[in-house]
Write a new protein. Sequence first.
Length: 273
Amino acid sequence: MTTDTAPIPPFTFHQGTAPLLVSMPHVGTHVPPAVAQRFTDEARQVPDTDWHLERLYDFARDLGASILVATHSRYVIDLNRPPDGASLYPGQSVTGLCPVDTFDDTPIYAHGDAPDAAETAARRDAVWAPYHAQLASELERLRAAHGVAVLWDAHSIRSVLPRFFEGRLPDLNLGTADGASCEPELARELLAIGEASGFSTVLNGRFKGGHITRQYGRPADNVHAVQLEMTQASYMQEALPFDYLPAVAARVQPTLRLMLETSLAFARSRALG
């Protein structure tokens, strides 16, 4: 079985000048042909992608942020899962490190030939490990340069997904691992921005932050991590063809920008003199 899963680089990276790193681990759509041929027709559409976040956050470069963007689909390997595949939400329905089902609970592999342990390890080495090495390296560079770093893990999801939550998800879902990944002051400021925006907002609700937020947020070491899981209805079509909706996105972008500016102000207030 072919396990060459990285014919293209596992990420693109822009190095900024400010103590802020924006990570986008689920925007990738690339599936190596040898893997895609095993997928169902539905899975080849990679419907569970965090579509268009690079465009939605296009202002981040102007703020001086570093930006790390995945290229491979989460169906190849999920960069926001622990390398051992442990569940982030024990007792709740979740997708795995190398997912075998979609968010709609339909099979990804047409004939059930899901990756075995060897293929999972090959994908982890080829795609997961380089992304995390770059993420860790950049956070350390920022902390060394500024004395502090803020990691913003950017995500989006359909607003209605019965498999994972009841009813409709709030528009803006901030996660700080129940307060463990960043100082409470920053979380309170971000929550207040969301609540004042007119978009429904929650802190540490259904989404508390995935592996990236939990792994890299170390407030005691001056590394603060926040995940934002936002509803795709806030900026795009939630069904095929998953189009970006500029007029809709323009309503939420000022709130996103203010959140990143506030994160930067927080970082600079703690930066080296």
